[in-house]
Design a protein. Structure first.
Length: 364
């Protein structure tokens, strides 16, 4: 196997700890031309579409990639910002703020971010962390609930990238955080703050990204983890059983997906003349197409067309200070032993002296 070019090993290279935040991905522009390669990469992932390749290839390349890019581009255009894709904007901010937050806590950690599909790629950012001297890396997929098609695929990408390195870093992975107290409390505080500003709603809809029903039958824990997140959030808000609904959005194709479908719940709540409906998407820690267009725009239209009253979408956690603090609480336990081994000034002096004795020039 031919490995990627490796920087020359240096005895005077400081050992650093890196965190790589990984999100789903986004096209580079809200255009059909940019959507086609993005969708091809996404829908070619066997973790995402578990259909035999021979059967799926003609459907993807001859039908979907010739029809869907234009439709998707229009949706992206409706939520695109001056700074680019909302998902990229928020994920980039999360990485920058997390590094600053940890630095203020005395933890010298390099935090970077990557997208599973599109740019910046997982492989590129892992290479960047290595170039920054990180020989220990924590991969943190930003999916609270584990699914093979999301977290599992992100882990695949990390493994593939490291397998191409001659000298890969030590690796740890955050598999999920669906029931982490800091995550649940941050969600709950988001709802409480919304109620304080706008008054309590009549019902709370928790909409999670959907996956095919067969994944549950094959052992995927995603459905159970979404239900647990919903239950814990409802308990934190002291909601009765009939005060909230857990549902699943983004169904694609004709196969059965996890139920109830968000669109069906919106129609039902609208027909019941629900006066004030609050909607939150706990599975998304950054606003994106699925939250801003599918839920905030299309969902509102579905609800109000069915007879509903006021529709109130609660933004994702994004780069709010309480979420950055919670993200640090999620990450830090996984860094145990790494940060404690951080280099002191005396250690650095001794290391440089040893390196010089071995003939390694001091790094300027």
């Amino acid at each position: 196997m031919a490995y990627l070019p490796e920087p020359a090993f240096r005895h005077d290279q400081p050992r650093r700890v890196g965190i790589l935040l990984i999100n789903l991905g986004t096209p580079e522009a809200p255009t059909a031309q940019a959507l086609r390669p993005y969708l091809k990469q996404f829908l070619s992932d066997p973790r995402v579409v578990e259909i035999p390749r021979l059967a799926w290839w003609p459907i993807l390349n001859l039908i979907i990639l010739n029809t869907r890019p234009k439709k998707s581009a229009a949706k992206y255009a409706s939520i695109w910002t001056r700074d680019g894709s909302p998902l990229a904007v928020h994920t980039r901010a999360q990485a920058k703020l997390l590094q600053g937050y940890l630095g203020n806590q005395g933890q010298q950690v390099v935090v970077d971010w990557a997208m599973r599909y599109g740019q910046p790629s997982v492989a590129d950012r892992l290479a960047a962390l290595k170039a920054a001297g990180c020989d220990r890396v924590l991969a943190l997929p930003l999916y609270p609930q584990y699914a093979a098609s999301s977290s599992g695929s992100a882990i695949d990408a990390v493994a593939a990238a490291l397998s191409a390195q001659r000298n890969p870093p030590e690796l740890r992975i955050v598999k999920h955080f669906h029931d982490h107290p800091a995550y649940i409390e941050t969600l709950a505080q988001r709802v409480r703050a919304h109620w304080q500003r706008n008054g309590r709603g009549d019902h709370l809809l928790m909409s999670f990204h959907g996956v095919p029903r067969y994944t549950l039958d094959r052992g995927d824990p995603y459905h159970c983890e979404c239900q647990k997140t919903g239950r814990l959030l409802a308990e934190a808000l002291e909601l009765p059983a009939d005060g909230y609904t857990v549902a699943f959005q983004s169904r694609f194709g004709k196969a059965e997906w996890l139920k109830p479908y968000t669109v069906d719940v919106l129609h039902q709540l609208g027909k019941r003349k629900t006066g004030k409906l609050d909607v939150i998407c706990p599975g998304f820690v950054a606003d994106c197409l699925e939250t801003l267009e599918e839920i905030a725009i299309e969902g509102k239209a579905d609800f109000m067309t069915a007879g509903g009253g006021e529709y109130r979408y609660l933004p994702a956690l994004n780069a709010e200070p309480d979420w950055i603090a919670a993200l640090a609480r999620i990450a830090l336990p996984h860094l145990g032993g790494w940060l404690e081994a951080a280099e002191t000034p005396a250690d650095r002096t001794q290391r440089l002296a040893r390196a010089e004795a071995l003939g390694c020039p001091r790094k300027k």
